[in-house]
Design a protein around this ligand. Structure first.
Ligand code: AMP
Ligand code: MG
Length: 408
């Protein structure tokens, strides 16, 4: 590690991993425990409430991995064998008649008495319909043994697992028609700023369209949250207080904007008055200011308003917080080392998350990394992490965090 590369050494700024640890601690202090039972087809993105333990051996019986012939090896002396039965998948076979073989298809139960399956490509059917095998046989070949995938009583998925197509498939293979999952996290999304109007309206002078609202609402929906769209909050204390007060039945108020230095910070004032406020200056770029607190007992996360800052802080901090509230253990984003396809000459005192993509196995970055430029993220397929105090030459190793994983 480069000597200036020490995580946590960020002057007066809070290191990303410290903020993350604190957020996760707070998430664990208010876990969501209520559960609901859902049909298997509806559990996508949800969190498993109980351990899933197998009540089956899977497969329940030895079955054929090939289309071919089942036989007892000891019966194969070089003399062709008669086919005594045909076993399709879904059928119950008779025990294998000694001195014969059985025609068998993939997934069909191997008959009692057979100890190997030879694939049809290595079998020759003679004119009298007897079968000769052309290759050496070995015991157990092409047989999937009983319990190969799982045996009764085995832990298959732990409570706290996030469910997606693969877990749904696995649960289905064990015969589960329904699963108990943690109820949806209820998240209220607030956009703050007098300059914001919604798409579809005509822009007046000084106004911009609200992009954070739809970005966060649809991201939260993909994550399996219940989204309460709390609209746009003007930069005004009385309205802020009133609007926050209306959101008492949610698990989290997630706001954007209004947390930059020097701004009339109405969210902060309201939290200080009627709850508590922690304003962190994080060693992260984009996304330095992040507010965490409570308003009348309801947790509030205030993300910085610049669209790329909103995206990065949501992905790296708010998302893990929301998952941990539901009991998910693995909340850290997947990260892997790649070679930098760019150079980075000026070491910063904040950890940078550059919007980048992989080209020929190397990370390259969007030409404009301004926190106001959301196009950078649309162009990108990941975040390139450059640690604080670090410079890079082309070919140096950097961490790459794929966005695809974070977006669900
Ligand atoms: P703030 O954190 O409120 O100082 O906002 C920082 C920058 O992000 C300003 O340029 C805002 O206009 C912009 N911004 C804040 N909220 C949004 C939003 N919901 N959609 C698009 N841009 C925003
Ligand atoms: Mg603002």
């Amino acid at each position: 590690m480069n000597p200036v590369d020490k995580p946590g050494k960020t002057g007066s700024l809070m290191a990303v991993e410290v903020a993350m640890a604190r957020l996760l601690e707070m998430a664990e202090a208010s876990p969501i425990r209520e559960r609901e039972r859902l049909p298997l087809a509806q559990v996508q993105g949800r969190v498993l409430a109980d351990d899933l333990v197998s009540t089956l051996d899977l497969p329940p019986w030895p079955n054929s991995a090939m289309d071919g012939y089942a036989l007892r090896m000891a019966d194969w002396t070089g003399e062709p064998l008669t086919v005594s039965q045909k076993i399709f998948a879904g059928k119950a076979p008779d025990p294998l008649k000694p001195g014969t073989c059985a025609r068998i298809f993939t997934g069909a139960p191997v008959p009692a008495g057979a100890d190997c399956v030879e694939m049809q490509e290595n079998a020759e059917v003679l004119v009298d319909e007897r079968v000769r095998f052309t290759e050496t046989l070995s015991p157990g070949q092409n047989i999937r043994p009983k319990g190969q995938e799982t045996t009764v009583g085995e832990l298959i998925l732990s409570a706290g697992t996030r469910l997606g197509p693969i877990e749904q498939g696995l649960a289905a293979s064990l015969g589960c028609a329904e699963l108990d999952v943690i109820r949806k996290v209820r998240v209220a999304v607030l956009s703050t700023g007098d300059e914001l109007i919604e798409p579809g309206q005509t822009l007046g002078s000084g106004q911009i369209y609200n992009s954070n609202r739809v970005l966060l609402c649809s991201w939260l929906e993909r994550m399996g949250c219940e989204v309460i769209d709390a609209g746009i909050l003007p930069d005004d204390l009385a309205t802020t207080r009133a609007r926050l007060g209306e959101l008492k039945d949610v698990d989290l108020i997630l706001s954007t904007g209004g947390v930059s230095v020097g701004e009339a910070d109405f969210l902060g004032i309201a939290l200080r008055e009627e709850g508590e406020l922690t304003l962190w200056k994080l060693a992260i770029k984009p996304g330095k200011p992040l507010t965490f607190g409570h308003f009348r007992g309801v947790p509030v996360i205030g993300l910085p308003g610049n669209p790329a800052s909103t995206l990065v802080t949501f992905a790296l901090l708010a998302r893990p917080y929301l998952l941990r509230r539901q009991g998910v253990k693995e909340v850290e984003p997947l990260k892997f080392q790649v070679q930098a396809g760019f150079s980075w000459l000026k070491a910063g005192n904040r950890r940078e998350y550059l919007r980048g993509r992989l080209e020929n196995g190397r990370a390259v970055i969007y030409k404009n990394q301004s926190s106001g430029v959301l196009r950078s993220a649309a162009w990108a397929d990941g975040l390139v992490e450059v640690l604080e105090g670090r410079t890079l030459a082309e070919g140096d190793g950097v961490s790459f965090i794929p966005l695809s994983e974070l977006l669900s």
